[in-house]
Design a protein around this ligand. Structure first.
Ligand code: C2E
Ligand code: MG
Ligand code: MG
Length: 327
């Protein structure tokens, strides 16, 4: 292979024409990669298409694993397309409590996908595919509706001040329908806007600062709250917090877990906390797992906490029990 590649590395002449070519080669082996000519040629072609993805001359061996991964991904994508209509998505709700009193302030809606064949899948697996394919628009709309409807039901049961946090990805945020979706959802569910908090990550803010600012402002005008999720993992830019109308900052679990641990969370978290307080934002810690962490957060005057210490994500019927079975 290397010698074929080498012979094309310099321009050559043929029929008084000068050729300067790059070559892409796909290789597969008999009998491991196929026992008949059709299969072998098809597999060599699939290897060649991978070689073509690289600039210049290159060659690739047929790799069954890569093909399996790609095939699985296509299958997932197809299945995800039908997940909403087939009722395969469901929400779990993780309580968020007041650090001092332990009172439940809100829950965060976390989407799950139960596929009959692939089993239960976490959002980290399928939200990126939903984002890339645009399926997040319909999935996100379903999540919003279901979370607001459910929260309104809990409020009707007597938990009248319970809020709901809903994650919105950068792709969702970039589409103009989002505002209308939120407006419709609030109207349809009867949930008052101040009980809805939209969780965004910093990647939303850097995408298109002007449009983002106007969408955030429109949300604020509607009375919806905005939380910055996973703070500390991305840009961690304090200027973002000043520039955009953010109500709540959620400190990423990696920071929380360094509190009283071997890293530097104990020194960074107070610094972030002091700055955030000076901006008059509400401060929530994610991933709180130990009493020591909670004590530390209380000392640092955090407002809210979320994590396994309090509760992991719950099914909707478990939430009612968690809240006390009735107000
Ligand atoms: P997130 O919004 O930061 O959600 C918190 C994640 O941390 C959840 O993972 C939750 O189960 C997990 N977690 C909660 N408490 C603890 C703890 O004490 N320790 C540890 N180690 N982990 C804890 P999950 O449910 O797998 O969700 C992962 C991410 O997927 C979410 O991170 C969010 O970015 C995204 N996501 C979830 N639901 C939706 C959705 O409806 N729409 C969009 N666009 N994204 C979603
Ligand atoms: Mg979140
Ligand atoms: Mg988070």
């Amino acid at each position: 292979m290397a010698s074929i590649a080498h012979s094309f590395s310099r321009p050559f002449s043929h029929d008084s024409l000068e050729f300067d070519l790059a070559v892409s080669m796909g290789i597969c082996m008999y009998p491991e990669d196929g026992r008949d000519a059709t299969t072998l040629i098809a597999n060599a072609e699939s290897a060649m298409s991978q070689a073509k993805a690289e600039p210049g001359t290159s060659y690739k061996y047929y790799d069954r694993k890569t093909v399996e991964v790609a095939t699985h991904r296509v299958a997932l994508e197809g299945a995800l397309r039908r997940a909403v209509e087939r009722g395969e998505l469901f929400l779990q709700y993780q309580p968020i409590a007041d650090v001092r009193t332990g009172a439940i302030l809100a829950t965060e809606a976390l989407v799950r996908w139960r596929h009959p064949e692939f089993g239960l899948m976490s959002p980290d697996k399928f939200i990126p595919i939903a984002d890339e394919t645009g399926l997040i628009i319909s999935i996100g709309e379903w999540v919003l509706r279901e979370a607001c409807r459910q929260t309104r039901d809990w409020q009707n049961l007597g938990f009248s001040n319970l809020g709901i946090s809903v994650n919105v990805s950068a792709v969702q945020f970039a589409q103009t329908l989002l505002l209308a979706q939120i407006k419709d959802t609030l109207k349809y569910s009867g949930l008052e806007p101040q009980f809805l908090e939209v969780e965004i990550t910093e990647s939303v803010l850097v995408r298109d600062a002007e449009t983002t600012a106007s969408t955030l402002k429109a949300l604020k005008d509607m009375g919806v709250c905005i939380a910055m999720d996973d703070f500390g993992t991305d840009y961690s830019s304090l200027s973002h917090l000043k520039r955009f109308p953010i109500d709540t900052l959620k400190i990423d679990k990696s920071f929380t877990q360094d509190i009283c641990g071997k890293h530097d969370g104990t020194s960074i978290v107070p610094a972030i906390a002091a700055l955030v307080r000076s901006l008059d934002l509400s401060l929530v810690a994610e991933g709180v797992e130990t009493f020591e962490q909670r004590e530390f957060l209380e000392m640092q005057q955090f407002d809210g906490m979320q994590g396994y210490l309090l509760s992991g994500p719950l099914q909707s019927d478990q939430v009612v029990r968690f809240l006390g079975g009735g107000a």
